[in-house]
Design a protein around this ligand. Structure first.
Ligand SMILES: Cc1ncc(COP(=O)(O)O)c(C=O)c1O
Length: 454
């Protein structure tokens, strides 16, 4: 409980915090909802208003709020040992246990080693650095380039940002890193090629191949992509695309990095997004759901092929010169162990699959009623409702249009927390969501579209 009252918090919120990804003026005009507590799939703000959290925090609170198991694991660990590092000469038990657990649950993918960080951007940065060092250790240091997809989001550190496939994330910080190239990925609702999913997957796979050939495969370190693009607008590739990426990576001897920051730990309806596509990546980036958002934690996993390169005892060149003060933080790792345990024990991936399918079906019913809904798409409990001015032309609402925010505000006023990314309503609730919660949310959305006619 904050010692400050609601008015004080609201007045001071914008005074000292640089809020991420927000126009400061818009933020001054529209105060954010200040959340004070959470239980299950609900959150409560400083004014005592209760909401269903359709965002799952920020795609991360997979096990729901107030889980005693995680709170107790964190408390016990803090009491026992608040901190010790993985830097030369020391280690700590929770990080060792968590690394073992992660390797166990990714046995199907053949993962072998883990590098810890504190968030998705760290996980991606680690993956990029591992890929570059891997090729140096293999005697092919000229393989340094990364190919990613339009609309891809890989966090906002310089490496990850350089892989991002959207100008909005990049432009204020250019020039970015050299050696990062983006190509068209399969976006079924918005692409210049075809409405046929499998044909689209093949066209985009061929674009990827051509780009590798144009760059020269001997210069390409890795392909990096999200199994389902999240921040780009929940773009679900056709089923054949990821298997094609795996084939292409093998054909041209480049690594395949799955950025599973959102899709990992159940959100997409399988334990990992790449597993949902039947694909084994070489490197996997995990964050968010790994600790259900309770404390900062991320992990970058590498398979045996990649891990082996560090076993050659090549002296200084095989030093893994990467890590943070808080890599393998014992408290974060204790939270991770407890959170993963809940995801597995409660079979939250399967629940995300079943409830996610029901959610999409209910949202498609809304699409039949409200013409501003151009598309409903998603997999598991990551879903987007895309809003358009005209269904035939698919003209999207832009940042200057008030309509999308009017819809989300109406939802918030009626007890449902949803987020808009420009013209997309993003739905990513805790994976403990039930069909009753879905019905409640859909009825509030229906009301929002009815009140704000387009
Ligand atoms: C796919 C993906 N990668 C990386 C990140 C960056 O994670 P973080 O914000 O924890 O640094 C995100 C964040 O949403 C993400 O969705």
């Amino acid at each position: 409980m904050s010692s400050k009252n609601s008015a004080w918090l609201k007045e001071h919120n914008t005074r000292h915090i640089m809020h991420p990804m927000q126009d400061p003026k818009a933020l001054r005009d529209n105060l954010p909802v200040i959340i004070e507590s959470g239980d299950g799939v609900h959150i409560t703000d400083v004014d005592g208003r209760r909401f269903i959290d359709c965002q799952g925090g920020l795609w991360c609170v997979n096990a729901g709020y107030g889980r005693k198991e995680i709170v107790e694991a964190v408390t016990k660990q803090m009491e026992k040992l608040a901190y010790y590092s993985l830097f030369p000469g020391s280690s700590n038990a929770p990080s060792i246990e968590l690394s073992q657990k992660l390797i166990e649950i990714t046995a199907e993918e053949g993962m072998a080693k883990v590098s810890f960080g504190l968030g998705g951007s760290d996980a991606v940065e680690s993956a990029l650095k591992i890929a570059r060092q891997y090729w140096k250790l293999e005697g092919q240091g000229e393989k340094y380039k990364f190919i990613s997809l339009y609309n891809g989001y890989h966090g906002l550190n310089f490496g990850g940002m350089s892989a991002c496939g959207g100008i909005a994330w990049r432009s204020s910080y250019e020039p970015l890193m050299p050696g990062f190239i983006q190509v068209e990925g399969p976006h079924l609702y918005r692409n210049p090629f075809t409405n046929d999913p499998e044909e689209l997957a093949e066209i985009c796979a061929q674009i990827m191949e051509r780009q590798i050939e144009i760059q020269g495969a001997h210069t390409v370190a890795a392909i990096i992509a999200e199994p389902i693009q999240g921040a780009g607008g929940v773009i679900v590739p056709p089923a054949s695309y990821w298997p094609r990426l795996r084939q292409i990576a093998d054909k041209y001897n480049v690594l395949l990095i799955a950025d599973e920051v959102i899709t990992g730990l159940g959100r997409s309806g399988s334990l990992f997004g790449s597993r949902g596509w039947g694909v084994k990546p070489d490197i996997m980036c995990l964050a968010k759901g790994i600790s259900s958002g309770y404390v900062p934690l991320s992990a970058t996993l590498v398979n045996a092929r990649v891990a082996k390169a560090w076993e050659n005892d090549a002296g200084f060149t095989s030093v893994y010169m990467h890590g943070y003060t808080y890599s393998g933080h014992p408290v974060s790792c204790a939270a991770g162990l407890a959170a993963i345990d809940l995801v597995l024990k409660e079979n939250l991936a399967e629940n995300a699959h079943v409830v996610g399918d029901y959610f999409k079906q209910r949202l498609l019913e809304l699409k039949d009623k409200h013409r501003a809904i151009g598309d409903v798409r998603g997999k598991g409990l990551m879903i987007a409702v895309e809003l358009v001015k005209d269904r035939t032309t698919k003209e999207p609402f832009g940042p200057e249009d008030a309509f999308p925010n009017a819809i989300s505000e109406s939802c918030v006023n009626n007890g449902v927390m949803v987020r808009t990314i420009v013209n997309k309503l993003i739905i990513s609730p805790p994976l403990t969501f039930t069909k009753d919660h879905v019905d409640e949310v859909v009825s509030v959305l229906d009301q929002a579209f009815t009140l704000n006619r387009w």
